[in-house]
Design a binder for this molecule. Structure first.
Ligand code: FDA
Ligand code: NAP
Length: 436
């Protein structure tokens, strides 16, 4: 990527997953129609190439969302970047339709994302990590800040780093893997987000050592990983540690699904604290700590099949939580607490997979010095305007936009793909309007 430190950008996107990919497309589509030169934009992604949760790109994993909730369709159904355009370009449109499935595999969707980014002309710096943002120029505390300086680190950059100037940033750095309290990752203790990378290393170098594996959690990641391990390691003994009695189904029924509609963002944003709490209470089970029915059924079939064959391969520790983990020689010793008896029990395994979920996106590490300009609510959360722009002290004249990390203001779809096309359009319109 050619970087000009002398150029003042209109917008710099930090992170290049589906959210900022959708934004880059919206910039091209919404600004390319006026005949004027479009805004100067650049994007940075710390990974060496585009990758959408590659560590969980399991062979049978399906999307949890309709293919029509792609990068663009809800904003611009005629877009050349749609999933349907992708299928057409790949010559698979008729067979996709014959297949009669709204939910493609994650592998096919990943291919779509790679295809879409290849059509873009916007520069993306891969292998470039944004390490901080600060006001450019005058350091006087009360001076108006008209320009930001984005600090980037990357082996491919001249001297290993770069600084560039911009009027706006859009932060989209993604979910943050969450481990059980006090548990650190290492070569035998994995988080689900890195599962396939770790599994492949072990499969090639020490497959024989994977005899006892525990999978913690009762969400989609845990169930998919358990099913995968059951298929791939017929000789292994698996232990599933889950807080509920059994895996609970993800509610994707039509009325409940309206919670992900673009209009639901307004209902959430302009609602009262009570209505927002109520939405979470009623509809958390559309996404968190739940599993698709197809995965639950296929997992149960496997477990029942084992019983018919007279060989139990999965032990379920339900109503249980992991309370601690320690290393005993080569063993990983897990302390499990029963939620029904409060009794503790230790289990030794070769590998522990923590499918224990994610924390929301946290912009603070990339905001760096700029964080001090951002306003927070009584609970310490960023105050965010309807157009996804953080409310800041008045002397900051630049825009800091968030894609993710807005569950408290914009609702359940904040960390998902559902509203991504519309949200990107709203952010681009805000950038254009506020810039005048
Ligand atoms: P995403 O995490 O995809 O991208 C953020 C990017 O920022 C990353 O590539 C990261 O490397 C980069 N980055 C971070 N810090 C950086 C820095 N300082 N400098 C430069 N780059 C940086 N949702 C849904 O609606 N339907 C679905 O089917 C699924 N499926 C799904 C599967 C799995 C396994 C998970 C964990 C999650 C989902 N999700 C989902 C939810 C998921 O959050 C969503 O699909 C998108 O990944 C959100 O896209 P983003 O671009 O916001 O984040
Ligand atoms: P999740 O839904 O947040 O589930 C995490 C699970 O871990 C919960 O059951 C939680 O139980 C449990 N847990 C946490 N700490 C624990 C402990 N100490 N001991 C025992 N259990 C513990 O996370 P996820 O399954 O990774 O899903 C995250 C997101 O990714 C969701 O949006 C999901 O849809 C998505 N996803 C999608 C796909 C796909 O598209 N195919 C695949 C995987 C994930 P409590 O709730 O009781 O704390």
């Amino acid at each position: 990527m050619e970087l000009s430190e002398a150029l003042t950008h209109d917008v710099v996107g930090i992170g290049f997953g589906p959210s900022n990919l959708s934004l880059a497309i919206a910039l091209e589509e919404l600004c390319g129609t006026t005949g004027e030169p479009g805004p100067a934009a650049a994007f940075f992604e710390r990974k060496p190439s585009l990758g959408w949760h590659r560590g969980m790109l399991l062979p049978d994993a399906k999307m949890q969302i309709s293919f029509l909730k792609d990068l663009v369709t809800f904003r611009n159904p005629a877009s050349r970047f749609s999933f349907v355009s992708y299928l057409h370009a790949k010559g698979r449109l008729p067979r996709f339709v014959n297949n009669q499935d709204f939910f493609p595999t994650r592998q096919e969707f990943h291919d779509y994302l790679e295809w879409a980014q290849a059509q873009l002309s916007t520069p993306v710096g891969y292998g470039c990590e944004v390490t901080g943002i600060r006001p450019a120029g005058d350091d006087t505390a009360a001076a108006p800040v008209e320009l930001l300086r984005v600090e980037v680190r990357g082996a491919g950059l001249p001297g290993g780093s770069a600084r560039l100037h911009t009027r706006n940033v859009v932060i989209s750095t993604g979910l943050v893997p969450r481990m059980p309290d006090g548990v650190e990752r290492d070569e035998r203790i994995w988080h689900s987000s890195e599962f396939l990378d770790r599994f492949r290393e072990w499969e090639t170098e020490r497959a024989g050592e994977m005899r006892r594996i525990a999978v913690v959690g009762a969400g989609q990641s845990a169930a998919e990983i358990l099913r995968f391990l059951h298929d791939r390691l017929p000789g292994a003994m698996l232990t599933a540690i889950l807080p509920p009695y059994g895996y609970a189904i993800a509610d994707n029924t039509p009325f409940a699904n309206e919670i992900f509609d673009p209009a639901a963002v307004d209902d959430y944003y302009y609602g009262s604290d009570e209505s927002r709490d109520m939405i979470w209470k009623h509809h958390r089970n559309t996404n968190y700590s739940v599993v698709d029915d197809e995965v639950i059924k296929s997992l149960y079939e496997r477990v029942y099949g084992d019983e018919v064959k007279g060989r139990r391969r999965v032990e379920f520790l339900n109503l249980a939580r992991v309370e601690g983990v320690k290393r005993v020689a080569d063993e990983t010793r897990i302390t499990v607490r029963s939620l029904s008896t409060d009794a503790f029990r230790d289990i030794d395994v070769d590998v522990l997979v923590c499918a224990t979920g994610y924390d929301p996106m946290d912009p603070a590490p990339v905001l760096g010095e700029l964080d001090a300009y951002c306003l927070r609510d009584a609970r310490g959360r960023y105050r965010v305007e309807r157009d996804y722009r953080i409310l800041t002290r008045p002397e900051l004249r630049c825009g800091i936009y968030l894609q993710g990390g807005t569950e408290h203001t914009h609702g359940l779809s904040s960390s998902l793909l559902s509203n991504l096309a519309v949200r990107s359009g709203e952010i681009v319109n805000s950038l254009l309007t506020r810039q005048g």
